[in-house]
Design a protein around this ligand. Structure first.
Ligand SMILES: Nc1nc2c(ncn2[C@@H]2O[C@H](COP(=O)(O)OP(=O)(O)OP(=O)(O)O)[C@@H](O)[C@H]2O)c(=O)[nH]1
Ligand SMILES: [Mg+2]
Length: 558
C-alpha cells in the first residue's frame, strides 16, 4: 500500500494516540507514515514502544565506610578502638520474567544500593539490599568487552579519569582520600606512621589482585545469558522449618563492594590505638548489552489491516489479546500467541461447524465462503475433556505490526519489529484477498523483507489469503467463479514469483480469520513448517538450545 493511501482518519487516529502518550518524538514516525516526512522516522518511543536492544551500565552498590572511633566510658579514659565495619554494597542481579515483553522499562544506568557506614561502639553498617533487574523472557544478556566504545568505565578506570591532570602529590592525596578514613585531626600524622604505610601497601596489593582477577574473569568467562526459560528455583532442602520462602534473585552480574574495615581491624602490638579505617570498596561496574529475541515459531508479515491480529486471535482461541480494529497500525508492538494442536489436527479455540456466530453471519449476509473452506472443529471442551489432555503439539506465532513500503528504512512503525520477523523460524504472508490486487501487496512485503535482510523472504512458507468471506457476492455462480479466478491468479502469481529457501513453492490458503474458516488447514501446514524448522535447528546448532551456558562473545548469534 503506497503511503499516500492512508486516509485522514487513520492519520488522525495515530496522532491522537500518540498525543496521549505525550511523546513528541513519535510525531516523526506518524508523519513519516503519513508520507509527510521521508525516511527518517525516529522509533525511539521512549518506553511506549517495543524496545529490543539496550545497553545498560551497571554499578553495584559501594561498600559502606569503616569507622575510626574509640570507646568512651566513665572512668575509662583511653578505651579500645571501637569503629564498626562498613556494610557490604548491594549486588545486582538479572532475572527473566514472563510478565515483561519489552526492554523499555529498564533504565540505561543502574546503581546498586550502597552499604551503610560503620559507627562507633562496634556498630557495623547495614548491608546494601540486592537489586534485581527484571528482563523479559527471551532476552540475551552479553557483557560488552574492553575496547568497545559502548562500554562504560570500570571502577579503576573511573578513578583514573577523575585523577587526570593532577600532579603526583595531589593524585596520591586523592587516592588516599578515596581509601582511608582518619580519626579527626590525625590525617596528617597517620600517613607518616609505619603501621599506616604497611596497611596501605597491603590494601593496594589486594586491589591489584582483585583487578587482575576481574580482567581474567572478563577474558575467560564474559557474561552471556540466554533467558529462554523462566528461572526455576527451590528452597534449599536444609532450610529450617518456617524459614521464609524467598524468591530467586536471578543471576549475579555485578557484586557489591566490600565494606570498609573499622579501626579495631588495624590494632597490633605496635599500634595500640589505630586512628584510621578503610573506606568501602566501590561496587563492580559492568556494561551489558540486552537483546530481546522474540523467538516465535511463525511470524506474520502483512500490510496494515490485512487481518493479522484477527487471525492470531482466531488461532489462539482469543487468548492472544492482540488489538483488532478497522484502521491501519492497530498493532504497535509484536504480540506472541500460542497455538495448541491436538493429535487429530484440531486446535484450541477452533470452532465447531455451525456453532460460531461468524459462520451463521456469513450465511445470513448471504456471502458464502469459497469452496474448499472447511469450518474448524472445536476441541476446547469437546466430549467433556479439556484441551490440556488433547494437546500434542504447540507453537508460537508473532503478530507483527503492519509492514508498509519503506518500513525497512524505518518509515511507519519502523523496523524494530522486523527483527522479530527475522527471529521467527518461518514466516507467513497475510494478504487481504478482497483488495483489488493482493499480489501487489506480496511484492511489497517481499521487497521490504529483502531490503531489511537479504535472503529473509526465503523463510516465508505460506500465503494466507484472508477475508475470503468478502468474496463470492451473494453466492451466485458468477461471483463465486470470479472469486475462484482471483484466488487462482494469486496462486499462479505466488508459484511464479515466490520460492522458499529450499526452492519449494509457497502454500496459498484462502481463509476468513473473522469467521474462523479454513483455519485447521493453516494450523496443519504451520505445524509442518515448525517441525521442519525445529529439526533443522537441532541438527545445525545443537548448542543454541542450551540455556544459560556461558559462551564466548559472538557478534550476533543469528
Ligand atoms: N470480513 C472480514 N474482515 C476481517 C477478516 N479479518 C480481519 N478483518 C477485519 O479487518 C480489520 C483489520 O483487522 P486487524 O486484525 O486489526 O488487521 P491487522 O492486520 O492486525 O492490522 P494492523 O494491526 O493495523 O497491521 C478489522 O476490522 C477486522 O474485523 C476476515 O477474515 N473477514
Ligand atoms: Mg494488528
Amino acid at each position: 500500500m503506497p503511503r499516500s493511501t492512508y486516509t485522514e482518519r487513520q492519520i488522525l487516529r495515530l496522532q491522537s494516540l500518540l498525543y496521549h502518550q505525550k511523546k513528541t518524538k513519535v510525531y516523526a514516525t506518524v508523519f513519516a507514515a503519513a508520507g509527510e516526512l521521508n525516511g527518517n522516522g525516529n522509533n525511539d518511543l521512549q518506553g511506549q514502544t517495543f524496545l529490543d536492544n539496550l545497553i545498560v551500565s551497571i554499578r553495584a552498590g559501594s561498600g559502606g565506610d569503616g569507622c575510626a572511633a574509640f570507646h568512651r566510658e566513665k572512668f575509662v579514659p583511653f578505651g579500645p578502638p571501637s569503629g564498626g565495619n562498613g556494610g557490604r554494597g548491594g549486588d545486582v542481579y538479572i532475572l527473566p520474567t514472563p510478565h515483561l515483553t519489552t526492554l523499555s522499562s529498564i533504565s540505561k544506568k543502574i546503581h546498586g544500593n550502597s552499604g551503610g557506614n560503620g559507627k562507633g561502639t562496634w556498630q557495623n553498617g547495614k548491608n546494601g539490599e540486592p537489586l534485581v533487574i527484571r528482563v523479559p523472557l527471551g532476552t540475551i544478556v552479553r557483557e560488552i568487552p574492553r575496547g568497545d566504545s559502548r562500554r562504560s568505565k570500570d571502577e579503576w578506570e573511573a578513578e583514573e579519569e577523575s585523577l587526570e591532570g593532577m600532579n603526583s602529590d595531589d593524585r596520591l592525596k586523592k587516592m588516599r582520600d578515596n581509601r582511608w578514613v582518619h580519626y579527626p585531626q590525625f590525617g596528617e600524622s597517620n600517613i607518616t606512621r609505619d603501621s599506616f604505610k604497611d596497611a596501605e601497601k597491603a590494601l593496594y596489593r589486594q586491589e591489584r589482585e582483585r583487578r587482575l582477577a576481574r580482567r581474567q574473569r572478563e577474558l575467560e568467562a564474559p557474561i552471556y545469558l540466554d533467558f529462554d526459560k523462566d528461572m526455576e528455583w527451590s528452597r534449599p532442602v536444609d532450610a529450617p522449618l518456617g524459614a521464609r520462602h524467598r524468591e530467586t534473585l536471578g543471576h549475579l552480574v555485578a557484586s557489591g563492594g566490600t565494606g570498609g574495615l573499622g579501626n579495631p581491624h588495624f590494632l597490633s602490638q605496635l599500634n595500640r590505638a589505630p586512628k584510621f579505617a578503610t573506606r568501602g570498596q566501590p561496587g563492580e561496574r559492568i556494561t551489558l548489552a540486552l537483546e530481546l529475541k522474540i523467538l516465535s515459531d511463525v511470524g506474520f508479515v502483512g500490510m496494515p489491516n490485512a487481518g493479522k491480529s484477527t487471525l492470531l486471535r482466531a488461532l489462539t482461541g482469543g487468548r492472544a489479546k492482540s488489538e483488532v480494529a478497522s484502521y491501519a497500525f492497530t498493532t504497535l508492538n509484536p504480540v506472541v500467541g500460542i497455538v495448541r494442536v491436538a493429535a487429530d489436527g484440531t486446535f484450541e479455540g477452533g470452532v465447531k461447524e455451525g456453532q460460531v456466530a461468524g459462520s451463521m453471519l456469513v450465511r445470513s449476509r448471504g456471502t458464502k465462503p469459497l469452496s474448499g473452506m472447511r469450518p474448524c472443529a472445536s476441541t476446547l471442551t469437546a466430549g467433556g475433556y479439556h484441551f490440556d489432555l488433547a494437546e500434542t503439539f504447540r507453537f508460537t506465532i508473532a503478530d507483527n505490526p503492519g509492514l508498509i513500503s519503506d518500513s525497512s528504512e524505518n518509515v511507519g512503525l519502523g523496523h524494530s519489529f522486523l527483527r522479530s520477523m527475522e527471529r521467527s523460524l518461518a514466516l507467513a504472508y497475510i494478504v487481504d484477498l478482497s483488495s483489488p490486487a493482493p499480489w501487489d501487496e506480496l511484492l511489497v512485503l517481499r521487497e521490504e523483507l529483502e531490503k531489511y535482510q537479504p535472503g529473509m523472504s526465503r523463510k516465508a512458507r505460506i500465503v494466507i489469503a484472508n477475508k475470503a468471506d468478502l468474496l463470492g457476492g451473494d453466492g451466485d455462480d458468477a461471483a463465486v467463479a470470479e472469486a475462484k479466478a482471483k484466488l487462482r491468479r494469486l496462486e499462479e502469481f505466488v508459484a511464479e514469483k515466490l520460492v522458499t529457501g529450499e526452492g519449494r513453492l509457497l502454500d496459498v490458503v484462502p481463509v476468513s480469520a473473522k469467521f474462523s474458516q479454513n483455519l485447521t488447514r493453516v494450523v496443519g501446514l504451520m505445524k509442518t513448517y515448525v517441525q521442519e524448522a525445529r529439526d533443522r535447528l537441532l541438527v545445525q546448532r545443537p548448542k543454541e538450545l542450551d540455556v544459560l551456558q556461558p559462551r564466548p562473545l559472538l557478534d550476533a548469534p543469528w
